[in-house]
Every structure is written in C-alpha cells, then in structure tokens.
Design a protein around this ligand. Structure first.
Ligand SMILES: [Fe+2]
Length: 226
C-alpha cells in the first residue's frame, strides 16, 4: 500500500501512533510518501541522524519530495542513484529523497515529483543555517521535469509536489507569494498539459480536497492510494 502525508518538519511525534494510525502494522510492501518539508535532515546534527537510524528500523519505505524548509546541501550529500525509474538521494536503506522532475513507477503506478517552494518566513531565517537558496527549482530542474514528462507522453497516475498550481491555491482561498509564482505557474501549465488521476501537495498545512479530491492538500492526514 502506498500512503501520502504532508509536511513533517522533523517532528518525531509525526511517527507516533496517534498521528499515523495503523503505522505499526505497515510492512516492507508499504510506502509512506511525504509532500515536502521533511525536515529530519535540517540541522544535519548527530541527534537527527540518530532519529533517521530509528526510522531505518521501520519495515516500510519512506519517500519525500523536498519542500522549502530543507537543508538542501545536506540532502544533496547523500548518494544519488536510480530508483524505480527516477533519481533519488539515498538517505537510508528505506528512506529516499524523490528528486525534482522525476517519474517513478511504484507498484505499477506512476508518480511525477516536483518539490520546492518559497519561504515566506525567509526574513526570519539565516542563509546556510535555517534557509537555503535551492528552495526554488532551477531552470535545469524545470527542463528535466518537462523532458521526463514528455518521455511518458505527459501522462502519469499521480503528482506529488510541495506547493500547488496557482489556480488550486486560489480555490483554497489562499494566495501565492509573488516569489513563488514561477513554480505555481509551472504547475498551472502541468494541470492542463499532463493527464493525471490525483495530485497531492503539502506546504499549506491544510487537509483539504479540491475539485472532488483530484487535488489534495495534505498535512497530518495519511491518504491511501488505491
Ligand atoms: Fe511546511
């Protein structure tokens, strides 16, 4: 079973039973996908690495797209490898970072991933300590995304991202930051040019479905992909 949840922000409580109901019964055949702001590689400290080691003891696979609150240089230090058809950073044997613009096939379902986002709280953060410029995708990452999508005929089963199309954000009665519009606009293009069943995203710290659930904002909810 593949399950999707939202921003975990390095909070250990997210793996407590009350926040992830049934998690104790998940097996090696299960996947948990996190829609950005993973946050367990943020201070890049021994304490965080001990918690990652604890997560490594779990039988299931943890996958995450990056959000805006991530320590990108620390994530990029992990080995890059091919995994289920797309590139990942291998964090632990059962933990992978789903890189931007990739298409993966897992349990016969295809996933397009595109992390990144803009930190509205950037002014309260310190570059290289609590904020990193790689939070927004580069031109190369946009190019790789469109190329990889083209190779699968602009058709996937699921899209996983951190932020969302502008049109969807507005329908949540939220507004995009002008510094994030490039990415929101790219997603606006995707929502019309790419055929997909469902799009999951984090960032907005909301659990809400839009368009009958075709677009699903996730935070604490754990959604099953059937
Ligand atoms: Fe977040």
């Amino acid at each position: 079973m593949i399950r999707v949840t939202g921003d975990t922000h390095g909070e250990e409580i997210r793996f407590y039973e009350e926040n992830m109901v049934g998690e104790h019964s998940w097996t090696k055949d299960d996947y948990l996908m996190i829609c950005g702001d993973f946050g367990y590689i943020f201070r890049n400290s021994p304490y965080e690495r001990i918690f990652l080691d604890k997560l490594e003891e779990k039988p299931y696979t943890i996958c995450f797209v990056d959000g805006n609150h991530e320590n990108f240089p620390a994530i990029y230090e992990y080995p890059k490898e091919k995994w289920n058809g797309g590139y990942v950073h291998r964090i632990r044997k059962n933990i992978v970072h789903l890189m931007r613009g990739q298409v993966y096939t897992i349990e016969g379902k295809t996933f397009f991933t595109m992390g990144g986002g803009y930190s509205r709280d950037r002014m309260y953060r310190k570059p290289g300590v609590s904020w990193w410029p790689q939070e927004m995708p580069s031109n190369d990452e946009y190019r790789e995304a469109t190329q990889n999508l083209k190779e699968v005929g602009n058709r996937v089963d699921y899209i996983l991202s951190h932020t969302a199309p502008k049109e969807v954000v507005n329908r949540m009665n939220r507004t995009c930051d002008e510094n994030e519009l490039e990415l929101n606009g790219f997603f606006d293009w995707l929502m019309y040019e790419v055929e997909f069943k469902q799009w999951f995203f984090g960032h907005w710290h909301s659990d809400i479905g839009i368009d009958g659930g075709k677009f699903r904002a996730v935070w604490f909810d754990v959604c099953e992909i059937k």
